[in-house]
Ligand binder design. Sequence first.
Ligand SMILES: C[S@@+](CC[C@H](N)C(=O)[O-])C[C@H]1O[C@@H](n2cnc3c(N)ncnc32)[C@H](O)[C@@H]1O
Length: 202
Amino acid sequence: MKKSLDEHAERFSDSAADYDEQQYSPEYRAAADLVVAHADPEAADTVLDLGTGTGAIAFGVADDAGRVIGRDISDGMLEEARTKAADRGVETVEFGAGRFRAPAVDADIDIVTSNFAMHHLGDEEKREAISAIAALEPRRIVLGDVMFFGAPNPDEPFYNPEVDDPATAGVLADAFTDEGYAITAVEMVAEQVGVLVAEPNR
Ligand SMILES: C[S@@+](CC[C@H](N)C(=O)[O-])C[C@H]1O[C@@H](n2cnc3c(N)ncnc32)[C@H](O)[C@@H]1O
């Protein structure tokens, strides 16, 4: 059975202190680098990073953006991110509680990023998440995640069916286009890992 949001939050909080050492598979790293590269913020931009974890993407864009807002459901991950910000003296990033379908932001958002987080939601929940992101009217959305470009192979190491529920790249692209966003770039990192860039179709 899939985990609830609270169970995901607890699971990530339990491993938050070790997260940065555990997560650097080449595919994860490639997706993270591509998300940062495609986000490409300008100095006046506010970037919202959803499922920010310990802030890999938030810190990756912080040098170029005016402000970065990281949101996550895991108190432990957010605490790690805040500690990193303090240790590095980065004052333009802020981390707080929020989830894909209720990001809890009151700022104008220029760019939304997310890396390796949305696949914890079921497909219908991903649609709701993409709808909530589109409602913020960012000029760019950059989603890196576990996503299927071919037939899903449960023996591959990129996801755990007990806790993850990845979508096909097509399901994600449909959700974006249904919300008035066009897919402007597709990066296939591996058969089950990719990055989609979406921009308003108007
Ligand atoms: C694998 S980590 C990725 C963290 C970071 N984006 C990175 O690239 O290193 C997934 C993160 O997504 C968060 N998460 C899972 N479901 C979420 C949801 N519905 N809303 C917000 N964050 C969520 C988890 O708490 C965790 O911190």
